[in-house]
Write a protein that binds this ligand. Structure first.
Ligand SMILES: NC(=O)C1=CN([C@@H]2O[C@H](COP(=O)(O)OP(=O)(O)OC[C@H]3O[C@@H](n4cnc5c(N)ncnc54)[C@H](OP(=O)(O)O)[C@@H]3O)[C@@H](O)[C@H]2O)C=CC1
Ligand SMILES: Cc1cn([C@H]2C[C@H](O)[C@@H](COP(=O)(O)OP(=O)(O)O[C@H]3O[C@@H](C)C(=O)[C@@H](O)[C@H]3O)O2)c(=O)[nH]c1=O
Length: 299
């Protein structure tokens, strides 16, 4: 059983590598410096050389605002890269586990989005991820595209790290309170993907296709920031909690428009794979404990 992980140095990639090795799979992990996914011939040659049993694509262009100007790069990584991987998988007759985002939706639906709801991305990042989903689905039968949201982990840049940095610097923060979604710990997503890998390993029947998976419960970015500061305060990472002012999206202009409600309904993955949503607050605690141990944010 050889698991090939692409984008191994990212938030999700890091958690996947750790946990794939713990589960005892032969794990081949590569990032940008070893394989540029946007190069079709090297991607196909690499897959042919490694001969994996399954590929997990954790690589992506994730800079939501920068994507508005770096349009070609966003589409190359988020649409063309997955297409090349899907072609390689089709050739070798192996499955691809691919990741997508809540930002494929426009956020106008008042209730959580189903897999069958029509996407309508508000920005380049969301559009490029949607086109990646479509490319995979058109090229390959044996694929899982897992849409997730608001990912955080102990590595890389994410909202948790930004809020803690700001909380160290300031007495007052302003955070949007009119965008709702579900934070998701990369460790939980990695476990979900590896559960699916295990099914492949055991040659169990799999219903391939599109699934939603996020942490629970859904909240606003403002409430997320409050929870981050509260937990960091309780763990002694923050000496005092800042005042976090709830603001509207209008008061926090960004290059890319974010969806107002991007909560994802996760019943299908529960039905097909018996996978339940994890409480992201537990993942947050793990991340904060790791940062405390490493003396991050200690100044
Ligand atoms: N972060 C989030 O909040 C969310 C993420 N997702 C999706 O989850 C998946 C994982 O995201 P996350 O772990 O946060 O992403 P990260 O940005 O942390 O990691 C992505 C990794 O992909 C690498 N990469 C970029 N371009 C290429 C390329 N051309 N070839 C090979 N590798 C490349 C990056 O390298 P480098 O850093 O050198 O550019 C980085 O190591 C992605 O599909 C993302 O769209 C979905 C919802 C929310
Ligand atoms: C740092 C900060 C952000 N915000 C707002 C801006 C934005 O509307 C919201 C989220 O901020 P960020 O820009 O950090 O997060 P963003 O890059 O939008 O996060 C997204 O990343 C991509 C990759 C995804 O796929 C999404 O699921 C989602 O996680 O919070 C504030 O209101 N105040 C602040 O101090």
């Amino acid at each position: 059983m050889t698991v090939l992980i692409i984008g191994a140095a990212g938030q999700l990639g890091t958690e996947l590598c750790l946990r794939s090795k713990v589960r005892g799979y032969d794990t081949v992990a590569v990032d940008y410096n070893e394989l540029d996914l946007t190069n079709e011939s090297s991607t196909q040659a690499f897959v042919a050389q490694v001969k994996p049993t399954v590929i997990i694509n954790a690589a992506a262009y994730t800079a939501v605002d920068r994507a508005e100007t770096e349009i070609a790069s966003a589409f190359a990584v988020n649409r063309d890269g997955p297409l090349y991987l899907a072609k390689s998988c089709a050739k070798a007759d192996i499955p691809l586990l691919h990741i997508s985002t809540d930002y494929v939706f426009d956020g106008k639906k008042p209730t959580p989005y189903l897999e069958t709801d029509t996407p309508n991305p508000q920005g380049v990042y969301g559009q490029s991820k949607l086109e990646g989903e479509i490319a995979v689905a058109r090229t390959l039968n044996k694929y899982i595209t897992l849409r997730t949201a608001w990912v955080f982990s102990a590595t890389g840049n994410n909202f948790v790290r930004t809020i803690l940095r700001l909380a160290k610097e300031r007495d007052e923060l302003s955070v949007v309170a009119d965008q709702t979604g579900a934070p998701t710990w990369a460790g939980d997503i990695a476990e979900v993907l590896l559960e699916i890998v295990e099914r492949i390993h055991q040659s169990k029947t799999i219903t391939w296709g599109l699934y939603h998976y996020t942490g629970s419960p859904a909240i606003t970015w403002h409430a997320f920031a409050e929870t981050i500061c509260q937990q960091a305060f309780e763990l002694g990472i923050l000496r005092k909690k800042p005042f976090i002012k709830p603001i509207s999206s209008y008061e926090y202009p960004t290059a890319a428009k974010r969806p107002q409600n991007s909560a994802l309904a996760c019943a299908l993955i529960q039905e097909e794979f018996l996978i339940s949503q994890a409480d992201w607050r537990k993942g947050l605690e793990q991340v904060l404990i790791q940062w405390k141990k490493n003396n991050e944010f200690s100044t």
